[in-house]
Design a binder for this molecule. Structure first.
Ligand SMILES: NC(=O)c1ccc[n+]([C@@H]2O[C@H](COP(=O)([O-])OP(=O)(O)OC[C@H]3O[C@@H](n4cnc5c(N)ncnc54)[C@H](O)[C@@H]3O)[C@@H](O)[C@H]2O)c1
Ligand SMILES: O=CCCC(=O)O
Length: 476
């Protein structure tokens, strides 16, 4: 890898599947921020005036290069995150869906015109790129999260600086290299890799730099609050995609197999590390025992192992701190009366950051896992009796990212769509994140939308109102 022009420090990456170092890359610091932002600002001055079709063509070239490098990118993701190869490949495909979507959006940015109450006036709103943007991105979907943010910004005519999580810088560097090869002018996409020690100061400095106009962050609510504080000083436009504490409700009349299939993905994929995952699984008492048994049987089929090993269906957690957190959740639940149906500890004979797929039953609102995002392979089962109780429990959280429910009752489906407090509602559906739909939460899960028609690209645009007075010839 070519040496990064600014920094002399190194970030060492560990393979979560072995716990051993496997690569290193530059660790930049606050001292590198101004040069980087200035480079993005210079690039912006030209890039903002490129024709949208030109931007779409560059995005298309990037899209095709990513397809060509899919296996290599996925392999990097396996070693950075711990996820199995099949999941890493799916992540690249998921990421590509955003590139494809924003290729189309680039040419569909629209303003508006109107005739106001003053008859000889005409008003119009034009949309322009906001300026230099910063993406602070997490480690759980390093490819998809970056592509979702960067392609929206670049389609809008903005330039972007990406600061990847210290755990996953290499996949981002690979994507940036492909963007360069796709023809994007230098400085349109810049990357500042860094280690954990430098992350807070570097992120703060990016958020507070006067030339940065927009920040987008995906990560925990705790860090999201900090970012909002940093951005408030310069009144920067901000998108926050934060934690979930997502409820998953199974009613007595549900198609249990469909609910199980959805839940398997919403809990075990990415080793439980997704903001949209089911954190609290509420099952109505009439089907509780049956569903519990189905779940345990299905979970026993999971093969935990290194992401690169054939047959692995669940990889390692990405960070060692996640293993400690899971132990804490299991101990807390057991101490408060939960039953461990499966797992509950680290598997034997595996090096690295592993945890057994764990199912806890007889959970109650007293428990830590009820209040906090688990972000790991721990499935917590709660029994309920009535729809009112299920809705009350589901909404009993400061978060509001996604909610899911399974029922065959159409009236109830509509009621729950209206009553559940979340930005995304899965109705007899599991994870429904896709490029075509707005992604984002309410309450402490953040604000702003990524993906979806018009709304996502709006996050990277400013609106300018023009008022023209006709001094002669006005017909109305
Ligand atoms: N919404 C998501 O997709 C998502 C992704 C990753 C992590 N998380 C949340 O994070 C928790 C665990 O992850 P973690 O242990 O890495 O948590 P964390 O809160 O330390 O970090 C979350 C993210 O923020 C970054 N970060 C940390 N401190 C920062 C700072 N001061 N300024 C800027 N960025 C900073 C990290 O590099 C990471 O990408 C999970 O429980 C989950 O709630 C959410
Ligand atoms: O974990 C955060 C994002 C997950 C998704 O895009 O579905």
């Amino acid at each position: 890898m070519t040496e990064y022009p600014f920094s002399k420090h190194e970030l060492t990456e560990a393979d979560p599947g072995t716990g051993q170092p496997f690569a290193s890359c530059p660790a930049t610091s606050v001292l590198d921020v101004d040069d980087c932002v200035q480079s993005s600002q210079r690039a912006f001055q030209a890039y903002r005036y490129t024709n949208p079709r030109e931007r779409a063509k560059w995005l298309l070239a990037w899209h095709n290069l990513i397809i060509g490098a899919k296996e290599d990118i996925a392999k990097i993701v396996v070693y950075e995150t711990g996820k199995p190869m099949a999941e890493a490949l799916l992540e690249v495909d998921y990421g590509l869906s955003f590139v494809w979507w924003f290729i189309g959006e680039a040419e569909r940015i629209r303003g508006s015109t109107a005739i106001p109450a003053v008859s000889n006036r005409r008003t119009f709103v034009i949309k322009q790129p906001i300026g230099v943007c910063v993406a602070l991105v997490p480690w759980n979907f390093p490819v998809a999260m970056i592509l979702r943010k960067v392609t929206a910004a670049l389609a809008a005519g903005c330039t972007m600086i990406v600061k990847p999580s210290p755990e996953t810088p290499l996949s981002v560097l690979a994507l940036a290299d492909l963007a360069h090869r796709a023809g994007f002018p230098s400085g349109v996409l810049n990357v500042l890799t860094t280690d954990m020690a430098n992350t807070p100061a570097l992120s703060e400095s990016l958020c507070k730099h006067p030339l940065v106009r927009k920040v987008t962050f995906t990560g925990s609510t705790t860090v999201g609050r900090l970012i909002a504080r940093h951005c408030s000083e310069g009144l920067k436009k901000l998108t926050l995609e934060l934690g979930g504490n997502c409820p998953f409700i199974v009613f007595d009349d549900a198609d249990l197999q469909a609910a199980l299939d959805a839940l398997k993905i919403l809990k075990w994929r990415t080793c439980g590390q997704a903001c949209t995952h089911a954190n609290r699984v509420f099952v109505q008492r009439g089907v509780f025992s049956k569903f519990e048994k189905m779940l345990v049987e299905a979970t026993k089929q999971i093969r935990v192992g290194h992401g690169s090993a054939a047959g692995t269906t669940m990889g390692a957690l990405t960070t060692p701190r996640a293993v400690d957190k899971l132990m804490l959740h299991v101990t807390d639940a057991e101490n408060n009366g939960a039953r461990v149906l499966l797992g509950g500890k680290q598997p034997e004979g595996l090096q690295g950051f592993f945890f057994e797929p764990t199912i806890l039953s007889d959970m109650t609102p007293k428990m830590l896992s009820y209040r906090e995002e688990i972000f790991g392979p721990l499935l917590a089962l709660y029994a309920f009796d009535t729809e009112e109780e299920a809705v009350r429990l589901a909404n009993d959280t400061s978060m509001g990212l996604a909610s899911y429910f399974f029922t065959k009752d159409v009236d109830r489906t509509w009621r729950l769509l209206e009553d559940l407090d979340a930005g995304m509602i899965g109705m007899n559906s599991g994870n429904s994140s896709c490029a075509e739909s707005p992604f984002g939460g309410i309450k402490e899960s953040g604000y702003g939308k990524e993906a979806g028609k018009d709304v996502a690209i709006e996050e990277y645009l400013i609106a300018k109102t023009g008022t023209l007075t006709l001094h002669s010839g006005a017909k109305i």
